[in-house]
Design a protein around this ligand. Structure first.
Ligand code: ATP
Ligand code: MG
Length: 202
């Protein structure tokens, strides 16, 4: 039986922050694989323009090519309409026949997640790993967790990771402004962005 970890996000584009967190979680919890799941049209980002899914998928494929433990699932980008994490987890749990599922999310997103559709069902199927971003005060999260019912609390695992202060929005802005994005994401992804003229102001 396998234990796998899912890493959801828009990955617009994928960067070293995502990759280093995924690798840290995999190692820390002795997981068999990490599956990156680019979002189709995330319910909480409906107001945002997101890059074409095919480009985001291609960039993830390039970024994970050198790590045998990393995989991608296009389940959410192929689904019509809005994607809910809880539906994704349920579907992947069935198709991968796994024992436990861990779901990585930024600690800063936990509060938001607790407002998601079917959070109880979500926590009954998966552990939520709350990865802390740079500058994040872990006390905040601990305070939040304390206010939750115990069964919920036990399914949320805070984890300090050597995360980098890198974000996709900063990378997009840098490209738009003609600034360097070197050392923020894999070279293959950097090359892909320039080759396809992605993120440059139209
Ligand atoms: P954007 O700037 O567009 O919001 P992002 O860099 O936050 O993009 P997402 O695709 O939104 O990237 O993130 C996917 C997941 O990865 C989220 O759970 C997010 O909290 C986490 N994450 C993103 N960047 C980092 C980072 N530098 N360190 C740790 N976790 C990160
Ligand atoms: Mg984000």
């Amino acid at each position: 039986m396998k234990e796998i970890c899912l890493m959801g996000g828009t990955f617009d584009p994928v960067h070293f922050g995502h990759l280093v967190v995924a690798e840290e979680v995999r190692q820390r919890f002795h997981l068999d694989k990490v599956v990156f799941i680019p979002a189709g049209k995330p319910p909480h980002k409906t107001d945002k323009v997101i890059l074409d899914a095919q480009h985001r998928v291609n960039m993830i494929r390039l970024a994970i090519a050198s790590n045998p433990y990393f995989e991608i699932s296009t389940i959410e980008v192929e689904r019509r309409g809005l994607s809910y994490t809880v539906d994704t987890i349920e579907q992947l749990r069935r198709s991968f026949q796994v024992e436990s599922i861990y779901f990585i999310t930024g600690a800063d997103a936990i509060l938001e997640i607790l407002t998601w559709k079917d959070v109880e069902r979500l926590l009954s199927m998966a552990y939520l790993i709350a990865a802390t971003r740079p500058g994040y005060d872990l006390n905040n999260l601990e305070e939040t967790l304390k206010s939750l019912p115990t069964p919920f609390m036990k399914r949320i695992l805070p984890l300090e990771v050597p995360a980098l202060a890198i974000s996709s929005s900063d990378i997009r802005k840098r490209v738009r402004e003609g600034k360097s994005i070197k050392y923020l994401l894999p070279e293959s992804v950097e090359g892909y962005i320039y080759h396809n003229n992605i993120y440059v102001a139209k």
